[in-house]
Write a protein that binds this ligand. Structure first.
Ligand SMILES: [Mn+2]
Length: 290
């Protein structure tokens, strides 16, 4: 039987699609992100479907469609092409695509598909790492180089929550005027960060790339490269609330690495999806009423 988000049958008029992308080739330290998509889906039926903050049940208002879990090519180029055609398919069918990674490299496949349709696309990058290396361990298409490639594609982005990067990445990002919000800025001046984020989100079409290690590892320990000092749940929700007011055209949630017998991080991914969808519905309803 097909594994679906929340364990529910695919909704007839689904507006949101979950795309499992079990691609993992270049993770540098702890392996296992390829197991995340199936584990995220498997834990999702245990989520509470009702969102108490908005009074909304996202599965009733938006409806979810889950793409089947398929094998992924080991070769980065082939994998990215496959992701690209999956995202294009989701887009053509009118879904908001949410990709479940897999390593961070998958973002490249998604945004290359979306940029063809929406040239004005921009990205909100939530991560502990800047992923702005020219190459990593001899590889140009790696989880550690994703945002360098995205920069070369001419797609604007802001990176938020950063707290692990090399001196070269730091310098390169500065030289190229990449807006980076470090974790310490979130701790010390979250109001300003949110205000500037709101400005960034206020025009254009936004793709959200959420690396689970942006969260504090006390909250999301199941990641390949945990870094202390990450976002709190409350901070993430405040960011997602602002995102819901923007024109979001796609999202990925990457780098979850299941810990055996401790599926909390996978469970949290499902919770993030439900929260974000509840906020989307809330914004649609309120805007419709006003
Ligand atoms: Mn990361």
């Amino acid at each position: 039987m097909k594994i679906t988000f929340l364990g529910l049958p695919d909704a007839e008029n689904a507006r949101v699609a979950l795309l499992p992308i079990p691609y993992e080739q270049t993770t540098s330290w702890l392996k296992g992100t390829c197991f995340a998509p199936i584990e995220i889906l498997k834990t999702s039926p245990y989520l509470e479907f009702f969102d108490e903050e908005t009074g909304i049940q996202p599965h009733e208002e938006l409806g979810f469609f889950t793409y089947p879990i398929e094998e992924f090519p080991q070769d980065a180029e082939k994998a990215l092409l496959k992701i690209r055609s999956l995202v294009r398919d989701a887009q053509q069918r009118g879904f908001l695509p949410i990709l479940l990674g897999g390593e961070h490299t998958i973002t490249l496949g998604a945004v290359s598909a979306l940029k063809e349709i929406f040239p004005e696309l921009k990205i909100l990058h939530l991560d502990a790492h800047l992923d702005f290396r020219e190459e990593y361990l001899g590889n140009r298409f790696s989880h550690a180089t994703v945002f360098r490639r995205i920069h070369e594609m001419g797609i604007p982005f802001v990176s938020l929550g950063i707290r692990a990067l090399s001196k070269e990445e730091y310098k390169e990002a500065k030289n190229r005027n990449i807006p980076v919000y470090f974790a310490h800025e979130v701790w010390n001046d979250f109001g300003r960060v949110l205000g500037e984020l709101e400005e960034f989100l206020s025009d254009g079409l936004v793709y959200i790339s959420l690396d689970m290690d942006v969260l504090d590892p006390s909250l999301a320990p199941g990641v390949g490269t945990p870094e202390p000092g990450g976002l709190s749940w409350r901070e993430l929700l405040q960011i997602l609330r602002r995102c819901a007011r923007a024109k979001v055209i796609g999202m990925d949630i990457v780098e979850t690495k299941p810990i055996p017998h401790y599926p909390f991080t996978e469970f949290l991914v499902g919770k993030i999806i439900l929260k974000f969808c509840a906020y989307l519905v809330d914004v649609m309803k309120n805007e419709f009423l006003s």
